[in-house]
Design a protein around this ligand. Structure first.
Ligand code: SF4
Ligand code: SF4
Ligand code: FES
Length: 572
């Protein structure tokens, strides 16, 4: 007897301006529109926060079901000809951020004159006491007030009285400066502190045009997600002490990066100025599976380390040398290495990309025949249950997966060992040579240097100064993550691609290319010429899908500024 296939539940849909879109049970109108890539203007709504419904910019007209009368409001409309107010009726508009979808609902957003009028009125209200100091405001170019004025108001100010004055340049904490006159009291920053950081340190004082954000008495805004308050602020009221007055956003370009601050691998945009090859800020890129809409302060400020304490030229015996000469010195230093591969230690790096590690692993296995692999990286740090991981390396899982998946047929090597094991091995006279990747070590630097100095030949490929290059006979200068495309596997095992932003400094080259150069100097011709050749050879589990998990899963809302200038990707 055959049983009939269960009938799928009817697809839930609503119509916005005549366009039918699907929604899930519990979606509000604005969330359904957001998921469908339709922009309903909003200030206080944010896809990752609770609904406050206080700005009223998202008002829409919801048509009554067939046969039912529309909900109407009694109003007085000015009649210029009669020179008096005339009683009239108009549909009651609803906030799209608070109104749940219902099957078959018909919503008018862009196509309703009533909505257009309401949005214009909201804009006028919000700008009544606003200083409109756009020329000196950091938000200019990506400000909702600017964008929505152009889209929904386009009229001059009618109020000629002195606006309400409020506190300016209030230091909220080490990272944030507040301008109460620019604040539209949308409470996004208050909700970020309470809901994301779980530290309700911000609140609103007073009401109406006297309203302003304040920090709890005796406190500073100093939790781990303070820069998220500035990031969600739709206007220029909250500014980042780090970015404040440093750059105009229309000169910046954005690269899709992966944060290097910890093993979470938050998706980010790195905003940089191509004219002076300088990064200015790191900010979240939406990815539901990884970081949703957020990043921690540590990660947002971590972009600076990419250009600090760099190793941009080759070193031989601690002296600056041309790369070509350093490669000749490396060959000399590693002479005799192939005779006894068991005496060669290979140090992979949880700080470097899969590509760099895979290149070194391939050289070590195919050319040298090495069997002992170790992993270097930053020591464990502070984690939390929100985003921050205790592992402060972006690619620990990538290195582990690489070593496991490329183990010899006999399964001789299953996992890379910690540096402490390497140091013990050197002290016991087990290793004579080492080739390493990276600069950081999770062990005591002095102890490490003393052990590593016992090696006869030690070559390191590093992008930064640190205990590893300081202990090496020859150092080859690698690109920092910001200067080269690379794949990083986060603590959940998700492989993600970080794109190149800046031009490489001095003689720095991508780590995988230096491995190929070293291989060539040692008499081994690698089969990869481009990063794509290398990727094609990498195991599937460490390859970032393209496009895929590393790309935003939520639509990025366009703003007027983004449409004109194009370089900066807008935030929700
Ligand atoms: S400071 Fe910004 S985010 Fe906070 S309430 Fe004011 S406008 Fe909203
Ligand atoms: S949680 Fe980790 S990956 Fe995410 S922003 Fe912070 S440091 Fe970067
Ligand atoms: S977005 Fe502010 S009221 Fe809906």
């Amino acid at each position: 007897m055959t049983t009939a296939a269960p009938t799928p539940p009817p697809k839930l849909t609503i119509k916005i301006d005549g366009r039918e879109i699907a929604y899930e049970k519990g979606d509000t109108i604005i969330r359904a529109a957001y998921k469908a890539g339709i922009d309903i203007p909003h200030y206080c709504w944010h896809p990752g926060l609770s609904v406050a419904a206080n700005c009223r910019m998202c008002l829409v007209e919801v048509l009554p079901p067939p046969g039912r009368p529309a909900m109407q409001l009694d109003i007085l409309r000015w009649d210029a000809e009669k020179n008096e107010y005339i009683p009239q009726k108009k549909p009651k508009l609803l906030p799209a951020c608070q109104q749940d979808c219902a099957p078959g609902m018909e919503v008018l957003s862009e196509s309703s004159a009533n909505v257009d009028e309401a949005r214009s009125a909201v804009q006028e209200l919000l700008l009544l006491n606003h200083p409109v100091d756009c020329p000196i405001c950091d938000q200019a170019g990506e400000c909702r007030l600017q964008d929505y004025w152009l889209e929904h108001q386009r009229k001059g100010k009618r109020m000629h009285q002195e606006p309400v004055h409020k506190p300016k340049a209030v230091v909220f904490g080490p990272t944030i400066v507040y301008d109460a006159e620019r604040c539209i009291v949308c409470t996004r920053c208050v909700r970020v502190s309470a809901e994301l950081a779980r530290d309700p340190v911000l609140s609103i004082r007073e009401r109406g045009n006297l309203g302003e954000v304040v920090v709890s008495p005796g406190r500073e805004l100093d939790h781990d997600y303070t820069l998220m308050t500035e990031h969600v602020c739709p206007v220029g009221a909250l500014t980042s002490a780090d970015f404040r007055f440093k750059a105009r956003v229309w000169f910046l370009r954005s690269a899709r990066t992966i944060c290097q601050g910890c093993a979470t691998g938050c998706n980010a945009f790195l905003d940089y100025d191509p004219r002076n090859n300088t990064p200015y800020r790191h900010r979240p890129r939406d990815n539901e599976q990884v970081n949703k809409y957020w990043m921690c302060d540590e990660g947002m400020l971590s972009y600076k380390h990419a250009i600090e304490d760099r190793q941009t030229v080759a070193l031989v015996g601690g002296e600056d040398t041309h790369l070509a000469d350093a490669l000749i010195a490396a060959k000399e230093q590693l002479k005799g290495m192939k005779d006894d591969p068991e005496r060669v230690a290979i140090i992979l790096s949880a700080q470097h990309s899969v590509e760099d590690n895979f290149a070194l692993l391939t050289l070590a296995r195919t050319y040298i025949g090495a069997v002992d692999f170790f992993v270097s990286g930053k020591p464990l740090g502070r984690g939390d249950t929100i985003l921050m991981n205790e592992d402060k390396n972006p690619n620990t899982r990538g290195v582990i997966a690489l070593v496991a998946s490329t183990s010899n047929a006999g399964g001789a090597v299953a996992a890379p060992r910690p540096i402490a094991d390497l140091l013990k091995g050197i002290q016991a006279g087990k290793y004579t040579f080492a080739i390493g990747l990276g600069a950081d070590l999770e062990v005591d630097a002095k102890e490490a240097k003393s052990a590593l100095s016992k090696l006869r030949g030690f070559v390191v490929i590093a992008s930064h100064e640190g205990p590893l290059p300081q202990s090496a006979h020859v150092v080859l200068p690698a690109c920092a993550w910001i200067e080269a495309e690379g794949t990083y596997v986060n603590h959940k095992g998700i492989a993600q691609l970080s794109h190149k932003a800046l031009r490489a400094l001095d003689e720095a080259r991508p780590g995988w290319q230096l491995v190929a150069d070293l291989g060539k100097a040692l008499g081994y011709a690698t089969t990869w010429k481009r990063v794509s050749d290398l990727r094609a050879a990498m195991p599937a589990e460490v390859q970032a899908p393209k496009p895929g998990v590393g790309e935003p899963t939520q639509p990025t809302e366009p703003t007027a500024a983004a449409a004109v200038a194009a370089p900066i990707q807008a935030n929700p």
